[in-house]
Ligand binder design. Structure first.
Ligand code: TGC
Ligand code: FAD
Length: 387
């Protein structure tokens, strides 16, 4: 596996174990069928509890069954999952960074006890409802409301493009609490079997096909008072979760790019044209050289991010830089890897075109490439373009 500047040498035994466990799980349990799932538009849901047993959901949290592994170990895990398919990493990202993290960071003790062990084990599935049909890049414009009454809260509105909503037991729904001054955004734990909650599936995706996506429709959905996340109010709540997930994506995208590189390198050394392997041609070697260089630069950025996160110095804007760069890099390199496979590259027999198509989603969700440009632009100039 590509590790051009020897990053492996600095890994702890625990980090290597977590990476190797994920690599082995992917090779044995997921890789053999992932192309079929991609074609069928399905996620291998039977693996959700096994991924929990292996500690793939938020292992970087502490307590309630989470072992508090290093941020680098968490990143390596995301890298291995996405080397297989972005849908697999999405499963772990959403469950860990977008559902377990907000409960861990902002939930009551009762909420933590009720949900974190089950979510961690993959006995329950969660989803994260922020995006709405008319509010994607600008979620603070959301129209979903929560109204307080004597029994708790009544939720109304619609969320869309929600990973795992059709298979989720619980949704973390962000809504404006209209009965409080200024209608601040609050987080609510909404069990999906409640009256007034529907989670329709979105079909016909041409990207991220091995992942379940849907909506959350709330029509006078009632939740009790104890279902509000008590410790956060305002957009800081959902945006903090996004920082956690974007960190994992910055690592995961490197995995997808690495798999494209390895596939292209192997193909080019084995495929003969004009009397010998195509890897002997300088044009092809230049492509491999550029690919290896870009992947190595992205790896270094991801490693640095983990070190900053570990010591509590990581800023969201630095995560934006890494998400923006690493996903864009992976998207570009997947296309080049596909071209290096010639006609065979457009089939499901090889991974690059599947990665390339998945990366269109990854480029778009968790803040589009453009939005991360603007976040960086604001940080660099002090002027916010989106105000
Ligand atoms: P703004 O006024 O800038 O900030 C509001 C408060 O939040 C704080 N904050 C953050 N905190 C942690 N992490 C971040 N990344 C943060 N960004 C902002 C900020 O300090 C402030 O705190 P306070 O204490 O002063 O109140 O917020 P805004 O509403 O103007 O946001 C602007 C913008 C454009 C950056 C934001 O809306 C944005 O990031 N938009 C992109 C939307 C997005 O990423 N959506 C993702 C939906 S989830 C998803 O895609 C899951 S895919 C899952 C998968 O399958 O893997
Ligand atoms: P828009 O915001 O409408 O953007 C359209 C285009 O306009 C983009 O190119 C964008 O960059 C550009 N643009 C927008 N504003 C500006 C600006 N100010 N300046 C310059 N350009 C701009 N959301 C969740 O809440 N939970 C999930 O689990 C989840 N999972 C997803 C899974 C999939 C498969 C997909 C595709 C999306 C998912 N999303 C999820 C939603 C995702 O976060 C949004 O699609 C994303 O934030 C972009 O919003 P939008 O699609 O409405 O695009």
């Amino acid at each position: 596996m590509l590790d051009y500047v020897g990053l492996e040498a600095d890994l702890s035994a625990e980090e290597k174990l977590i990476r190797d466990t994920a690599r082995e799980f992917v090779a044995e349990e997921v890789a053999p069928d992932i192309a079929d799932h991609y074609e069928a538009g399905t996620f291998p849901t039977e693996l959700i509890p096994e991924m929990g047993e292996l500690g793939f959901y938020a292992p970087n949290l502490e307590g309630y069954g989470s072992p508090n592994v290093s941020e680098r170990a968490y990143g390596l895990l995301m890298q291995e999952l996405e080397a297989c398919d972005s849908g697999l990493r999405s499963m772990a990202s959403v469950q860990g960074a977008l559902v377990m993290y907000p409960i861990h960071a902002f939930g009551s003790d009762a909420q933590k006890e009720a949900w974190l062990p089950d979510l961690g084990q993959g006995e329950a599935v969660g989803c994260f409802g922020l995006t709405e049909p008319a509010h994607g890049s600008n979620p603070s414009g959301m129209e979903t409301t929560a109204e307080k009454d004597a029994d708790g809260f009544v939720l109304n509105g619609e969320k869309t493009w929600i990973t795992n909503s059709p298979i989720a037991d619980v949704a973390v729904v962000w809504a404006k609490l209209t009965s409080e001054e200024g209608s601040p955004v609050r987080g609510f734990l909404v069990e999906t079997d409640r009256d007034g909650v529907e989670t329709p599936k979105i079909d016909d995706k041409l990207s991220m096909r091995a992942s379940v996506t849907g909506g959350i429709v709330l029509d006078d959905a009632r939740v009790p008072e104890e279902n509000v996340l008590p410790e956060v109010s305002g957009m800081k709540g959902p945006l903090s979760c996004l920082t956690q997930a974007r960190f994992g994506i910055a690592w995961g995208a490197v995995g997808a790019a690495r798999d494209c590189f390895e596939t292209a390198r192997e193909y080019q050394t084995e495929r003969d044209q004009f009397g010998g392997p195509i890897a002997r041609f300088q044009i092809q070697q230049e492509k491999l050289a550029e690919m290896a260089t870009q992947i190595t630069l992205a790896q270094l950025l991801a490693y640095r991010l983990a070190d900053l996160k570990e010591r509590g110095d990581l800023r969201p804007q630095q995560v934006s830089m890494a998400k923006r760069n690493n996903v864009s890099m992976a998207r570009d390199q997947a296309r080049i890897a596909r071209e290096m496979l010639g006609g065979n590259g457009i089939t499901t027999d090889y991974s690059p075109m599947r990665h390339m198509s998945n990366l269109e989603t990854v480029y778009t969700y968790e803040g589009t490439h453009d939005i991360h440009s603007l976040i960086l632009g604001e940080d660099l100039t002090g002027i916010a373009a989106f105000e």
